[in-house]
Ligand binder design. Structure first.
Ligand code: 5AD
Ligand code: SF4
Length: 446
């Protein structure tokens, strides 16, 4: 490799969408003649893929860019992409004049042109594409895991939940054709992938532009590809979570028995204020569908926000009770944080920070106990897992169940350690609130 080859470094924050976007950005850069390096010091071009979902993400980005300034003297260029880039736009150039490129995710398909522009010493922006119907499809995705991979099936979001920046940062909803998704999935399976995760901010709002497949049909079709072992999808919105999705999971054994269905609040009043477009009862109806499968026990996880403006103690208690009623296997819990451009930012009755902290703590404590009991139900079971890695100090293999639970197990003496990416069975001998532990079951030969 010639030493004058252009190099880049990339750092990624945020959700799986962002990580997968980075895999596509990396592939695009490599196809444009760049070589990836592992440190800022070694790179000509530094990419920073940002997230603005919560907290003071903007400030963190500006602090980091200030740190980067010292590298500018060495002739390096800087690119800020992702949700903070879209949100702050040209303000980034004002506050960090050493930045050359600012682009939101809806503009990544123009990256090759933008790269040419910045190489010529000019600045480039990709901020005006949020109304596009185009998705970022590239043949150059540089997937980092050779066994489990993501496929974006829908970009953007049209839901406008009152607290959420995503519709403003990722633009309007646009789906890829089911043919293109299936072609990518097939290609992945052919090159050894057995675990595919379909991605979208709102994955079940998927609408095939050619009208060929519903979301449930696409899911089933990916699950039926020869060679596939596991198919997951995230994130689902309860409003569009239809019964045919549950039926597909029940019918197609490769579709994982896990659904992440963010509820956000257990109070219908708060849900309406959040503009979630469902009530507690409608949410619980979907939970009933998920529980009434014939062949599978579907594991449920969720996202919750505490301290949305005006949330009363009684409304918070409704969230607590909903969590007990559902019995989630996992919950991502957040204190409400006001985000720029969102409708909720102008709502009165903000909840004091220490009250949000108190509610979050109660929620987490309760969820820990729910999970302890939920995980304990696996005691003694033999479960198929996909091997992800090893914990050598503990002599354990790290693996994942179809229900997305971490399962650490030991291998009996004299038996070869299973390879990363392989599927084996293990028996549960201990359970914890966040993981299972046990011993590999060695298949009887012959
Ligand atoms: N404040 C707190 N949590 C938020 N989330 C999204 N926006 C906010 C916000 N402004 C949470 C939601 C969502 C998850 C990805 O992040 O629970 O489902
Ligand atoms: Fe963060 Fe949302 Fe953007 Fe993902 S889409 S990076 S969670 S703000």
């Amino acid at each position: 490799m010639s030493s004058d080859q252009k190099t880049f470094f990339i750092e990624t924050f945020g959700c799986q969408m962002n990580f997968h976007d980075s895999e596509k950005v990396i592939g695009t850069l490599i196809s444009q003649g760049y070589r990836r390096v592992e440190s800022e010091e070694d790179a000509d071009l530094i990419f920073y893929n940002t997230c603005s979902i919560r907290d003071k993400a903007e400030q963190k980005v500006f602090h980091r860019l200030a740190d980067y300034k010292r590298l500018q003297q060495q002739g390096k260029r800087f690119a800020v992409i992702g949700c903070v880039a879209q949100q702050e736009g040209e303000k980034i150039f004002e506050r960090a004049p050493h930045v050359s490129l600012v682009a939101g995710s809806a503009s990544y398909r123009h990256l090759p042109e933008m790269l040419v522009q910045i190489e010529s010493g000019a600045r480039a922006t990709g901020l005006d594409d949020r109304q596009t119907d185009e998705t970022f499809e590239t043949a150059f995705t540089a997937r980092s895991n050779p066994h489990r991979g993501y496929i974006t099936i829908i970009e953007g979001c049209d839901k406008f939940c009152a607290y959420c920046v995503v519709p403003y940062t990722r633009g309007k909803e646009r789906s890829r054709s089911s043919e293109s998704v299936l072609a990518e999935a097939r290609q992945m399976v052919d090159s050894g992938y057995t675990d595919i995760q379909l991605l979208g901010q709102n994955v079940n709002s998927y609408r095939d532009p050619l009208g060929k497949k519903s979301f449930a049909e696409l899911l089933a079709a990916v699950g039926e590809l020869a060679g596939i072992r596991r198919v997951r999808f995230t994130t689902s919105h309860p409003r569009h979570f239809t019964r045919d999705i549950v039926e597909a999971i029940d019918a197609v054994s490769t579709l994982c028995d896990h659904v992440h269905l963010p509820v956000q609040s257990g109070s219908s009043r708060v849900l309406a204020a959040m503009n979630r477009e469902y009530t507690r009862e409608q949410y619980m109806e979907r939970i009933e569908w998920l529980r009434s499968t014939r062949n599978r026990e579907i594991s449920l996880t969720t996202d919750i926000i505490v301290g949305f403006p005006g949330e009363t103690e009684a409304e918070f208690e409704q969230t607590m009770s909903l969590m007990r009623e559902v019995g989630y296997d996992g919950a991502f819990t957040f204190k409400y944080s006001p985000r720029p451009n969102t409708p909720a930012i102008s709502l009165a009755d903000s909840i004091p920070e220490d009250e949000k902290t108190r509610r979050l703590h109660l929620l987490n404590q309760q969820q820990q106990e729910i999970q302890r009991a939920r995980y304990a139900r696996h005691m003694g079971q033999v479960i198929e897992v996909m091997v992800e890695g090893y914990n050598d100090p503990r002599g354990q293999v790290i693996a994942r169940t179809s229900q997305n639970k971490t399962f650490n197990f030991i291998v009996p003496a004299g038996v070869a350690r299973p390879q990363v990416g392989s599927y084996v069975s293990a028996r549960v001998t201990r359970t914890f609130p966040n993981s299972l532990a046990g011993e590999m079951v060695v298949p009887i030969e012959g």
